[in-house]
Write a protein that binds this ligand. Structure first.
Ligand code: ATP
Ligand code: MG
Length: 337
C-alpha cells in the first residue's frame, strides 16, 4: 500500500510545477532594485576614489551571482592594488569617510574572519557590506553567474532551496549551518550529477578565462552562451528536481566518505583530500569543496549538533515532498524553536 501511494505521489509530482515556479518568480528582484544598487555603487565609488584613486569597487555575492532574491543586502569588494596595505586601517578609514557622508549604521568590523564595513544607505534603503581585496569572492561570483546562464533550472532550484533554508533557519553559518554560497554549490553539483546531466563541469573544459588570485589559479570555460542547449536532453521539471534534491541529501548522500566537488564535476573521497578526521575546528561532517580554494571545506562550520539539525531538515523536506498534500506551503513554514 505504501508503495502504491508513494507511486501515486511521484506520479503526480508535476502538479507542483506551477506553484514552485510562482514562488521562484515572486523571489526575482524587480528591475528598480538593480537600478538602486547601481546608484549606491556609483556613490560609493566617488567617495572611495577621493581617498584611493587607484581603487576599484566590485559587486560580489548574491547581488552579482544571479542567485539574489529580492530585498537582499549587497556585498561589495574594495580592490586596492597596493599589496602592503593594512586591511584594518583601510576599514577604519573607510568607515570614517562613509560616516561623514551621512551613510547610516556604519560599523567597522575589523576583527571578523573577513573584516568588513557595514552600512545602510538612506537614499535607497539598501544595506551593504564592504570587504577589502577579497578578489577570490569576485571570481567565484563570476563562476556561479556563468553556471546560471546555462540552464534556468539551476536558478529555479537554488531560489527554492535558499528560500527553504532561510525559512527553516538553516542558513546561519554562525549557528553551524550552511551559507547561501554552499547551498548554491550543492545545487550546481546536483545538476552536474543528473543523467543526462543538466550542467557541465566548466573547470574540466578548455579554459577560456584564467586569473591567478592569492596564488590560486582560477581557470574555466566561460563562453557559456555556447552551452545554452547543454541540458536539453534532460526533461526533468523543477518539481521533480526539488523532490530529488531533498531525497538525495536526506537518504542517498554518503556523509561518511564523500566530498561534493563542483570543480571535478563529481564526488571525491574524503580520504584523498585527507578530510577524514577533525583538525582544529574543521570536523568535515558534510564536505563541500570550494571550486577554487580546494583546501577549503564550506561544511567546516558544521558541528556535531548542527549536522543533526541539517539532516533532520533534509529529511523533513524529503518527507513533505513525498507525502504532504501542500508541499509548496509546508516546506517553507518558519521553524519555531
Ligand atoms: P545571500 O542572498 O544569503 O546574501 P550570498 O550569495 O550573498 O547570499 P553569502 O553567503 O552572503 O551569499 O556570501 C557572499 C559571497 O561571499 C559568496 O557569493 C561567495 O562569493 C563569498 N563567500 C561566502 N562564503 C564563503 C566562503 N566560506 N568561502 C569563500 N567564499 C565565500
Ligand atoms: Mg550576501
Amino acid at each position: 500500500r505504501n508503495f502504491k501511494s508513494s507511486m501515486e505521489c511521484r506520479w503526480d509530482i508535476d502538479r507542483l510545477n506551477a506553484p514552485f515556479l510562482a514562488i521562484y518568480e515572486s523571489l526575482i528582484p524587480p528591475e528598480e532594485e538593480k537600478a538602486k544598487q547601481k546608484q549606491l555603487l556609483t556613490l560609493l565609488e566617488k567617495l572611495v576614489n577621493k581617498e584611493w584613486p587607484e581603487a576599484r569597487l566590485y559587486l560580489y555575492g548574491s547581488c552579482a551571482n544571479s542567485f539574489g532574491v529580492c530585498k537582499s543586502d549587497i556585498d561589495v569588494c574594495l580592490a586596492i592594488p597596493d599589496a602592503n596595505i593594512d586591511k584594518s586601517e583601510v576599514i577604519l578609514k573607510l568607515a570614517d569617510i562613509l560616516e561623514s557622508d551621512n551613510l547610516q549604521d556604519v560599523q567597522a568590523l575589523t576583527r571578523a574572519r573577513v573584516p568588513i564595513v557595514k552600512l545602510m544607505d538612506p537614499a535607497t534603503g539598501i544595506s551593504c557590506d564592504i570587504c577589502i581585496n577579497n578578489v577570490l569572492a569576485v571570481v567565484n561570483t563570476k563562476l556561479l553567474r556563468d553556471y546560471a546562464r546555462i540552464d534556468v533550472r539551476l536558478q529555479q532550484l537554488a531560489f527554492i532551496v535558499k528560500h527553504w533554508a532561510k525559512s527553516r533557519g538553516v542558513n546561519e553559518t554562525y549557528q553551524g549551518t550552511l551559507s547561501s554560497y554552499a547551498y548554491v554549490l550543492m545545487c550546481i553539483h546536483f545538476l552536474q550529477q543528473r543523467r543526462p546531466a543538466i550542467l557541465p563541469c566548466l573547470q574540466e573544459m578548455e579554459a577560456t578565462y584564467a586569473v591567478t588570485v592569492d596564488n590560486i589559479e582560477c581557470a574555466y570555460f566561460d563562453r557559456v552562451e555556447k552551452l545554452c542547449d547543454f541540458g536539453s536532453h534532460n526533461r526533468e521539471t523543477i518539481a521533480q528536481l526539488v523532490w530529488a534534491f531533498f531525497h538525495y541529501w536526506a537518504y542517498r548522500h554518503d556523509y561518511t566518505n564523500t566530498v561534493i566537488s563542483v570543480r571535478a564535476g563529481s564526488l571525491l573521497s574524503k580520504r584523498t583530500k585527507d578530510w577524514t578526521r577533525r583538525i582544529g575546528n574543521d570536523r568535515h561532517l558534510i564536505c563541500i569543496e570550494d571550486p577554487f580554494d580546494v583546501s577549503h571545506d564550506l561544511g567546516r562550520v558544521v558541528d556535531k549538533f548542527s549536522i543533526k539539525v541539517l539532516r533532520e531538515e533534509f529529511e523533513r523536506a524529503a518527507e513533505i515532498m513525498q507525502y504532504d498534500l501542500n508541499p509548496c506551503v509546508t516546506l517553507f513554514e518558519p521553524y519555531v524553536a
